[in-house]
Design a protein around this ligand. Structure first.
Ligand code: AMP
Length: 212
């Protein structure tokens, strides 16, 4: 059973995703990270994707689906995958559901739930490592990345305008997707407002029911 991780930007889903993947031996497909890689390419597509990401809009569905299809071609049928950042709209959900069905992969959604105001505060104050891309919340008091010693910087799209656009995209486009999976009994809903360890505990308690 694959897991599809949902959460408003700043919910901590990237951090929890890494912990889940490690504990249950899953490969991670992180849509935003794949698109950021593409945006570094000096090609017309790379430049277009970079502009869209920095403004906080969703990248066209065909670009996203092509990346995910290529990823799935190299995944073995007995390998577990944690999807992070897909599907984010009804259109993506339709295509994602049929791609998963064609690939013979069952999945369950997992939502890390926090209020929009908390998301805004966290995004405005977080920093990332320029080298390994580890994310550090405002409460981190080190001057450099504790993992690789890299410089801490703000993510290019963590400015107020882009954050507002991304949060609206989540509410308007991704929330309907979450509601549909909930209606189909395909979604686990986790309270994401506690500490990182506390949220991990809640997540593992639910996932143990599936993977134990
Ligand atoms: P994230 O790292 O998940 O916050 O994603 C960063 C940016 O990548 C988003 O603001 C979008 O511009 C783009 N992106 C990530 N996932 C998707 C997706 N499923 N569909 C379209 N654009 C996406």
């Amino acid at each position: 059973m694959d897991i599809v991780l949902f959460g408003i930007q700043g919910s901590g889903k990237g951090t929890q995703g890494k912990r889940i993947a490690e504990k249950y031996d899953m490969s991670i497909f992180e849509t935003g990270a794949e698109l950021r890689k593409l945006s570094k390419e000096h090609s017309p597509l790379g430049l277009k994707v970079k502009a869209i990401i920095n403004a906080g809009y969703l990248v066209p569905v065909e670009v996203v689906m092509e990346i995910i299809e290529n990823f799935l071609k190299n995944v073995k049928s007995d390998e577990l995958v944690l999807f992070d950042g897909i599907p984010r709209s009804d259109e993506q959900m339709e295509q994602f559901n049929s791609l998963m069905a064609r690939s013979g992969r069952a999945f369950k959604g997992l939502l890390i739930n926090i209020p929009k105001e908390m998301a805004m505060d966290r995004l405005l104050s977080r920093q990332i490592c320029e080298g390994c891309k580890e994310v550090f919340p405002a409460s981190y008091d080190g001057e450099v990345c504790e993992k690789c010693g890299g410089k801490l910087v703000k993510r290019a799209d963590d400015n107020e305008d882009s954050i507002l656009t991304r949060l609206s995209a989540f509410v308007n486009e991704t929330m309907p997707v979450i509601k549909k999976y909930k209606t189909n009994n395909q979604m686990i809903d986790i309270d994401g407002t506690g500490s990182i360890d506390n949220v991990t505990e809640l997540v593992f308690a639910e996932l143990n029911k599936i993977f134990a």
